[in-house]
Ligand binder design. Structure first.
Ligand code: NHW
Ligand code: EN5
Length: 388
């Protein structure tokens, strides 16, 4: 059934019931001298190409490959449209490895036809903090699909990760592979219902008119919580403290230090936005919320070519109720012209989704670990990890 995945150190569908297998690494690390020294062979017309994201021309090629060939919904109405600035942010966190930005080019035309990437992260599973690679942006040009190129890309990124003495990875996918640690649902909160209906992202509910729908999703013009403001560089230490204490509650979560927080959470226009509540009395930072910007191309619509979507990222509510904090996040997203605010049912998100008028989407997101077993998996509410 899974000719490639059956050969890999991942939970196999048959093991699911086997309670004797312990949590942790599925296979031990090898001596680095035993890691294959040269790249896996590609079909003769293609060559490996390590991508330099400082190079604006290369970044434009990567952007175009993904904009035309990356993930679509199940009815092929929308396609993720990660911006060049977003890709640079996603792929260059603290201590990233250039060798993990892996392109495949046509030898003759030098055209970029496939890509896979990894970035380093420390991820905690129960009480075990593990150095991992986060794998993302696996993409094969539409004209080269179903030729078993993806397994070659995956083996090659694995080899390059092993060369850094890292033996585990985390990744998400919309498709079922052996074997998810958990399966999450996407939820969507309309901010611009008329446009969402026009492009087929959502539908007019039964017995609803357009004007009732617009009224239903209306939001205040400005955030309601006193002291709600954008995060700044001077807040990194306070936000790191809040976030570390909060993520400690989850079974699987990133182990963020201040450098990580500065990279992943300091606001960058149209890439990542973070807000916090600074107590007007004590000036303490008490709460925090964030979202990243990932537009989707609207395929085949006469009126619109793009949807501006915000994706809930990391949120920590200590003093302000989570629902109120997220309502303020919706308000600033609306102010900034987003069409929709998306969230997964991870962490404590179940506690505000229905109340804030999110509706369940038709997409799922499966989370995976490579070479790391978590017996019986976990619930979405036990997951403290959001990948881009
Ligand atoms: S998920 C988004 C993946 N990208 C897309 O969906 C874009 C549109 N699709 C494509 O470009 C986020 C192609 O359809 C792709 C497959 C390239 C997806 N993950 O080449 P073949 C990520 O980037 C398996 C893993 O003929 P294709 C996470 C499939 O099950 N495996 O197919 C990436 C089959 O194997 P099987 C996937 O359609 C995580 C084989 O590929 C997959 O031309 C990567 C078929 O290959 C997916 N999303 O190309 C794993 N989709 O055993 C990282 C299909 O079933 C692992 N397949 O026969 C960790 C590595 C690092 C370890 C370090 C220690
Ligand atoms: C991970 N780094 O299917 C990337 N999106 O629900 C790989 N549906 O937008 C994983 N089909 O339900 C990607 N509208 C997996 C996701 C791939 C993209 C995807 C889904 C997630 C999505 C929309 C549009 C559906 C169009 C037809 C959807 C309903 C919204 C409605 C708003 C009002 C209240 C009820 C819900």
């Amino acid at each position: 059934r899974h000719k490639f995945w059956e050969t890999q150190p991942v939970g196999q569908f048959g093991d699911v019931a086997d309670v004797s297998l312990p949590d942790g690494a599925i296979e031990p690390p090898s001596p680095l001298s035993e890691v294959r020294a040269d790249p896996y062979p590609l079909p003769a017309a293609f060559e490996w190409f390590t991508c330099d994201l400082d190079d604006d021309a290369l970044l434009a090629d990567l952007y175009a490959l993904l904009a035309h060939n990356y993930v679509e919904d199940d009815e092929n109405m929308f396609r993720f449209n990660y911006s060049p600035a977003f890709l640079r942010w996603a792929l260059r966190p603290p201590s990233f490895f250039r060798a993990w930005h892996i392109g495949v080019r046509a030898k003759e035309s030098k055209k970029l036809v496939a890509f896979i990437s990894g970035v380093p992260a420390r991820i905690r599973a129960r009480d075990d903090v593990v150095r991992m690679a986060e794998i993302n942006f696996l993409c094969v040009h539409k004209k080269l699909r179903s030729k078993r190129l993806a397994p070659v890309l995956i083996r090659e990124v694995t080899r390059r990760v092993h060369l850094e003495n890292i033996w585990q990875a985390a990744y998400t996918a919309g498709v079922v592979l052996p074997t998810p640690i958990t399966t999450c649902r996407y939820w969507h909160r309309s901010l611009n219902p008329k446009k969402l209906i026009d492009v087929g992202f959502s539908r007019l509910g039964p017995r609803m008119t357009m004007s009732r729908t617009v009224r239903l999703y209306k939001l205040p013009d400005a955030p309601l919580t006193p002291g709600f403001r954008q995060m700044e560089l001077r807040d990194v230490a306070a936000v790191t403290r809040l976030l570390r204490a909060y993520l400690a509650r989850y079974v699987v979560a990133p182990d963020f230090d201040e450098l990580d927080v500065e990279h992943w959470l300091l606001p960058q226009e149209d890439v990542v936005d973070s807000y916090l509540v600074e107590s007007p009395e004590t000036h303490e930072v008490t709460d925090f919320c964030s979202f990243y910007t990932l537009p989707s191309s609207v395929l085949n619509n006469a009126n619109y070519s793009t949807l501006k979507a915000a994706y809930s990222y990391y949120n920590v509510a200590v003093k302000t109720p989570l629902q109120q904090l997220m309502n303020d996040a919706l308000i600033v997203a609306k102010q900034r012209n987003y069409d929709v605010f998306n969230a997964l049912d991870v962490m404590e998100n179940e506690g505000f989704l229905k109340e804030l008028k999110f509706g369940p989407g038709d997409g799922q997101l499966h989370y995976y670990l490579y070479n790391y077993r978590i017996r019986n998996g976990i619930k979405p509410s036990e997951l403290g990890l959001v990948l881009l």
